[in-house]
Structure formats: structure tokens, C-alpha cells
Ligand binder design. Structure first.
Ligand SMILES: *Cc1c(COP(=O)(O)O)cnc(C)c1O
Length: 433
């Protein structure tokens, strides 16, 4: 699909100029399937997407990761074999945790680890939190949180005889400190929220909300899945208790790559996590008769680390550290602003509405737009190598991974949405739009 707009299109000229002056533009070429100028790689063996607008759901792989994985198989795995555990694998979950904490989470060393899925880490940390507040009866969460977050807490509430206290958030925005203040109290054990809402892209006020919860001595668990790698996170400064997040979204860890967890230093030896595995014990190879949890962050690990799954994310974390998360955020804001300009100009006249916050200070790295035809639009786009994603009932998400997405790619993606939607509307009206 080629854009139908003429080449003198001022939006296209703007996109090209932005790409030329983009200080992070050179990172794009470090991802597989892209070239620096914003068009798909003509030399690639397989056809690449014209516009990939879903890097917030599954990040593009890096070329460095392709090399790292191949080298790992023939090198560390192939030649060091079981000795690899002593060489480096045992420490890898904590080493990558430290790197990630420094590059993107505002977390000092030995508070972040990599392992399990986000779902399992949510369970482990939320269970540990509610058990640390015995006698308290409620868990606060919001109705628009990601399904797995809601389901896991439903299970913990049932297991522990607790009540879920729901905040009904504005689906086009998200949870505010005032809403949290209205529901937390001496009965609250835990507050679980997403830093960036997966649907609207709303960026919550982490510092203010954490403070509100702490006035009632409740613990707070933040899900960073949609902010890590695109929005600066300041876990230590915000005095956050617990956090989890995905590594396969903006961190390009690859499908099913293990998640990360953060436990503030002073809570580590206080909390007890429910999946007591040998890898979280004080002396792993003692193989003693009973579980003796490790001191420090290692106690939140359970079984053997998924070393192969931890390879790819290391290259993206290094890139973020080099680019700096502040610059990554600045580009992310510029990309979403540009997408909104195109939406207002081209799509609003066709009845499309913006379901994400207008002010960039309240918005993460993606923009969601609504129209009753978006399911069909997304299907047609996917078949034509333009890849946004669809979230029921009628939202199309434009995810703009700052390191791998160019302004011209954003232009091409939104232009394709425009053209497909126009075609559908013309078809519906018998040719009169
Ligand atoms: C993507 C995402 C998840 C996914 O959890 P998995 O265990 O990896 O399937 C969980 N929570 C949020 C907020 C997400 O965006």
C-alpha cells in the first residue's frame, strides 16, 4: 500500500525533516527489518512491514541480539556447557536487573531481577504484599487494568479472603491520585495499578499515587509493562514498594521473554514470596531439607532462570542506556504528537475519535483511536503489511517504539489507516464519501 497523498504533502515533508534531525534516528538501523531512512529494507530476504505500529506489544528484534543468540549457542552453551552456570548464568537475572534498573527504572542495584512471566511475578509480589499486611481486608485496583492483572488479584483475593476494591477509571484516561485517595484506608493491604494504561496510554502519576497509598501504610505494586523503555520511571525516587513489567514490549526481549520484578531494598527481607523454589534459597547447592530464603532480591526467584530468554533484552537495555531514557521519552512524545496531528487532520473528519490523553504529560508511548470499523481496518492493514493492533470494542492502537520507529514510518502507517478506512466508508455508503 503506498500513500495516496502527493509528495508535496506537508506532513510528509515534516516527517522527513524530523527523521533527518532526529538524534536517535540512527538506532533504527540497529533493528532487523528496517533501514535508517524510514522505508522497509529492500535488501531483506523476507518482506518487512511498511509500518510497524505494534512495538509496544512485541518489540522488533535487534541485529545485536541475533548475533548474541547465535554466539551463545556455539559459545557459552556449546563449549562451556554446565560450567556456564558458574561462569555467569546464575548471576544473569540479577546482573540484567541491575542494568535495567540503571538504564530505565531509576532503581539502585540489587533491587531488580529477571525471571518468570509478568503474570507469575504479579502473583508472587502481590501475594507477598498482602501477607505483609495481615488483618487488612482490601486490594485496590482499577477496572481498566490489563486482564491478567485483574485475574491474578481475583485469585489472590479468593485465596486470602480479601475484597477487591475497584476504581472505575475513565477509559480514555486513567487513575488519578484523587481516585486512589477516595478508596484507600486502614483496610487497604495493596494498591495495584499500571503506570501506563494498556488501552488508553494514560500515564499515571506514580509519585503522587504512591504517596497517597503510603499515608495509609498500604503497599503499592506498579505494572510497568507499557512504560518500561519508553517513559522514564523513577522507582527509588517515588518510594515505590514493588513493580513488575514485561521485557518483550519496548525492551525487545522477544516473544515470551521473562519479565522483571522490583522489590525495594528495605522490603526484601521482610516479604515472603509464595513460590518457594531452590533458586531463591540462601545456599542453592546445600540442597537442604527445608526452604531457607536468601537475603536480598534473590529470594524472589523460584526456579532455574530462563537464560536463553534473557539474551535479546540485554542489547535493547544497552541501547536505552546509551541513548538515555530522557531522549527516548522526548522522541516518543514527538512521535505520538505527530500521530495525533495526522489523526486530527485525516481521520477525525471520518468520525475517528482519540481515546488517549491529549496532553503529552499524561500520555505514554502509544495512541489509541476509536471507530466502529477499526476491527475491519486492522484486518485489512495486517494483510497489507501495516501493523497496528486492535483492542475491543473499537480501538486501534498506534504503538510507536521510539528507538525503532521513524516519523516517515508513522506517516505511512496513519496514511494507510486513512486509506483503508476511507475505502470501507465508501463501500458502506455506496460510493458517496
Ligand atoms: C503485556 C502485559 C502483561 C502480560 O503479562 P504476561 O504474563 O507476559 O502475559 C501484563 N500486564 C500488563 C499491564 C501488560 O501490558
Amino acid at each position: 500500500m503506498t500513500p495516496t497523498a502527493p509528495l508535496t504533502d506537508s506532513h510528509l515533508a515534516f516527517a522527513r525533516r524530523q527523521d533527518r534531525i532526529d538524534g536517535l534516528g540512527h538506532y533504527r538501523a540497529r533493528f532487523i527489518g528496517t533501514v535508517a531512512d524510514g522505508s522497509a529494507d529492500p535488501a531483506a530476504a523476507l518482506p518487512n512491514p511498511i509500518a510497524y505500529l505494534d512495538g509496544n506489544s512485541l518489540g522488533r528484534p535487534t541485529k545485536a541480539a541475533a548475533e548474541r543468540i547465535a554466539a551463545f549457542i556455539t559459545g557459552a552453551w556449546g563449549t562451556r556447557l554446565i560450567r556456564g552456570w558458574d561462569d555467569e548464568w546464575m548471576e544473569l537475572p540479577l546482573q540484567i536487573g541491575d542494568d535495567l534498573g540503571r538504564a530505565a527504572l531509576g532503581a539502585g542495584p540489587r533491587q531488580v531481577f529477571v525471571g518468570d512471566s509478568t503474570t507469575v511475578l504479579l502473583y508472587k509480589l502481590a501475594r507477598a504484599a498482602v501477607d505483609a499486611r495481615p488483618g487488612r481486608t482490601e486490594i485496590v485496583l482499577d477496572s481498566d487494568n490489563f486482564p491478567t492483572d485483574r485475574y491474578v488479584l481475583e485469585g489472590i483475593a479468593a485465596e486470602r479472603g480479601l475484597t477487591l476494591r475497584w476504581i472505575t477509571s475513565d477509559p480514555a484516561a486513567g487513575v488519578t491520585p484523587e481516585q486512589v485517595r477516595a478508596v484507600v484506608g486502614p483496610q487497604t493491604a495493596l494498591v495495584l495499578l499500571s503506570h501506563v494504561a494498556y488501552r488508553s496510554g494514560f500515564l499515571a502519576d506514580m509519585r503522587a499515587i504512591t504517596r497517597v497509598a503510603h499515608t495509609q501504610d498500604a503497599l503499592v505494586l506498579w505494572d510497568l509493562s507499557h512504560s518500561v523503555g519508553s517513559v522514564p520511571v523513577e522507582l527509588d525516587l517515588c518510594d515505590v514498594d514493588l513493580a513488575v513489567g514485561c521485557s518483550y514490549k519496548y525492551l525487545s526481549g522477544g516473544p515470551g521473554a521473562p519479565a522483571f520484578g522490583y522489590v525495594r531494598r528495605d522490603l526484601q527481607d521482610v516479604l515472603a514470596q509464595p513460590i518457594q523454589g531452590w533458586m531463591g534459597t540462601q545456599d542453592i547447592f546445600l540442597m537442604g531439607p527445608g526452604y531457607v530464603p536468601a537475603t536480598g532480591i534473590r529470594r524472589f526467584m523460584s526456579g532455574t532462570p530462563a537464560v536463553v530468554g534473557m539474551l535479546a533484552m540485554q542489547d535493547t537495555i544497552a541501547m536505552i542506556e546509551q541513548a538515555t531514557i530522557g531522549e527516548v521519552r522526548a522522541k516518543s512524545v514527538a512521535l505520538t504528537e505527530f500521530a495525533l496531528t495526522l489523526v486530527d487532520d485525516w481521520l477525525a473528519p471520518m468520525g475517528v475519535t482519540v481515546a488517549s490523553p491529549r496532553e503529552s504529560t499524561h500520555r505514554g508511548g502509544h495512541v489509541t483511536i476509536d471507530h466502529p470499523s477499526m476491527r475491519q481496518v486492522t484486518e485489512i492493514l495486517w494483510a497489507n503489511d501495516v501493523i497496528p493492533d486492535f483492542r475491543a470494542p473499537d480501538g486501534l492502537r498506534i504503538g510507536l517504539a521510539p528507538l525503532s520507529t521513524s516519523f516517515v514510518e508513522t506517516y505511512e502507517g496513519v496514511a494507510a489507516i486513512r486509506d483503508v478506512l476511507r475505502g470501507i466508508l465508501i463501500g458502506q455508503s455506496g460510493g458517496a464519501v
